[in-house]
Ligand binder design. Structure first.
Ligand code: GLP
Length: 242
């Protein structure tokens, strides 16, 4: 695992956007796995700026989603599908045909999970998967004690994650769904390159456990230690307990 400490979130975003741009220059139809949350926004802004400036042609790139809430109505502004279309796909000048994600409103949720795992494999696998990290060490929505071999499946959110994510739902925890679909840890580990960005002091404990602790399902992000090509990019605050 490579750990890179950058001065701030903007520098981390720029570094990762350049890695993504370099990948797309090498492989124009690269499948880019994206994450939601606040942390990766500087990456998407920097990558979109490169596209607008003509530094990279992303017109053949493909975007896939890491996780999704279950049960939000189609088109809900905080469904991760809506978020990724708004914050990543559209700013890169792509349309929905470039996007893949699990169907969080499917009647058969388990079937939708299995279909998504198959679709990722049939698409040739994820070339670069971006990850954030939850304060409890989760990646995607793989909460502590998720199997390190898990596949895409339905999970129940912990109270802490629902509290953390209530800010996207007018601060009202009652609006935060209890159930989600997430790529499993085993699924995530199949991506060719994993890039985790963590910023701010609130992530310092989770980062220390991920990088310096044992590989353990109680810290799902520690599974990155098992991957042959994993990069962890942290700002000074998130690195403060390393
Ligand atoms: C959610 C997402 C994760 C993300 C995490 C951290 O739980 N499912 O993919 O990493 O939030 O979000 P933030 O970057 O806003 O702290």
């Amino acid at each position: 695992m490579e750990v890179v400490i950058v001065p701030d979130a903007k520098a981390g975003g720029e570094l990762i956007a350049e890695a993504m741009a370099a990948l797309v220059r090498r492989k124009s139809d690269a499948l880019l796995g994206v994450a939601t949350g606040s942390t990766p926004l500087p990456i998407y802004e920097a990558l979109a700026a490169k596209v607008r400036a003509g530094e990279v042609d992303a017109s053949r790139a493909r975007i896939c989603q890491l996780d999704e809430y279950v049960g939000l109505p189609a088109g809900h502004p905080e469904s991760y599908r809506s978020v990724v279309l708004r914050e990543v796909v559209a700013p890169l000048g792509l349309d929905e045909s470039a996007f893949m994600g699990p169907d969080g409103s499917a009647a058969d949720v388990q079937g939708a999970c299995e279909a998504y795992d198959r679709a990722l494999a049939e698409a040739g696998g994820v070339d670069l998967q971006l990850l954030g990290i939850g304060t409890d060490g989760h990646i995607g929505f793989n909460e502590p004690c998720s199997s390190l071999a898990s596949r895409t499946r339905i999970k129940t959110l912990t109270e802490q994650t629902r509290v953390d994510n209530a800010r996207f739902f007018d601060g009202d925890i009652d609006q935060v769904p209890h159930h989600v679909i997430t790529q499993g840890i085993g699924t995530i580990l199949e991506a060719r390159h994993l890039v985790l960005l963590a910023t701010g002091e609130g992530k310092a404990d989770a980062v220390a456990a991920t990088v310096e602790g044992p590989v353990a399902s109680v810290v799902p992000a520690s599974a990155l230690q098992l991957h042959p090509h994993a990069t962890v990019i942290v700002d000074e605050a998130a690195a403060s307990k390393l």
